[in-house]
Design a protein around this ligand. Sequence first.
Ligand code: HAX
Length: 424
Amino acid sequence: MILKDKLASQIPALREEARSIVANNGDKAISGVTIEQLFGGMRGVKSLICDTSEVGLDTGVIIRGYPILELTNKIPEEIFYLLVSGELPDSEGLKDLQAELQKRSEVPQYIWDMLNTLPSDSHPMMMLNSSILALQHESIFAKRYDEGISKDDYWDPMFEDCLNLIAKMPVIAAYIYRKRFNKGERIESDKTLDWAANFGHMLGIAPGNESFKALMRLYMVLHSDHESGNVSAFSCQTIGSTLSDVYYSVSGGLSGLAGPLHGLANQENLRFIVNMREEIGHSPTDEEVKEYCLDVLAQKRVIPGYGHAVLRVTDPRFTAFLNFGKEEMKDDEIFKIVRQLFEIVPKILIEQGKAKSPWPNVDAVSGSLLYHFGLKEYIYYTVLFSLSRTLGLTSQLIIARAMHSPLIRPKSVTTKWVKSQIGN
Ligand code: HAX
């Protein structure tokens, strides 16, 4: 396979580069840790290596050197190829990857059986993560490890597992949507479509609508990777660093994505807008939006979709979605409120003076676009995010295996120890 061969040819030089950097500069400090960072969730402590993407305070995510706004006309398969190899594929490389994904997309019967036994009001994220965990039964890495594979070859079965997971996930995620929300029978895959458009097809939303397919592609590109310090990537890499396989690692990472301060914020943002619209009873005026937001802050609640742990500017992924919305649905009522919030919330957060960033992140807009096309079940939105983020999580896992990345094991200290240091 073209991508796999390319990676195999890159690995020796990558390993040598890392070995030589450490051998020649191993004792140089690149970051310290203040007591504020110790008590503050390690913000800004440089302690991880991630080459798939980087997130600048004022640039947003850059994937392998490409700012995300330069990649909005690509499809997710191209992004996965780029994440893994550092290069965009030519048409042959892309076709080869797409053919591999199609070949691997069949889902074992026990996944359908398991999903069918879960309570009918289960959260879709639990359904997705349980399915991923159950697929561990298929892990090639786990089998090869049991057989005593050489460390130099770890990346190979990891690559196979990752491709298998990426291929099966849209089929499972689409079934979860149809089952959980009583949408009828499972829709068979359309082999003429690309990965994201086929997922849209299997959801059964807006059949034949090219704009919805375009949104699925854009959605999957924009959420794919966000360096490795965010909760989902960090959790996934930490689990993977124990040589757990991709199924354990990705389901663990996505459990982090299911939290309201992370990926669940897209669900929360839409809920926030829909509730506001309902409570106000008509299309809100700017003044009414402002009052509503001030009231939320007064109750010590956050405004979902605003603020970020790293970014200090408007998230370029927000901008990409906003541009899509302006083209496709500028008169949509919910989308209009998204635009009002964009005008109003940053000013309020600046006045309040607490949030380090008052600007919107990707979750402040994505839900409104899905809603427009009829995907209105917002508790499902984090599943879409998960599908996309799996491209980044798996790329990072493959590279970690290729690079012999060590067990992640930082040191904790006690409050007593900190007090003794302050005393000193
Ligand atoms: N609304 C109200 N208050 C906010 C806020 C918001 N959107 N964003 C930050 N603040 C508050 C924090 O709650 C915190 O208050 P306290 O001091 O009372 O605890 C204060 O401002 C400082 O927080 P911060 O340092 O700016 O932010 P953090 O790095 O701690 O957290 C978050 C970053 C994204 C979690 C935060 O901005 C937030 O809760 N935003 C709303 C939820 C959200 O949009 N999450 C999605 C983030 C993107 C993502 O990961 N997507 O998957």
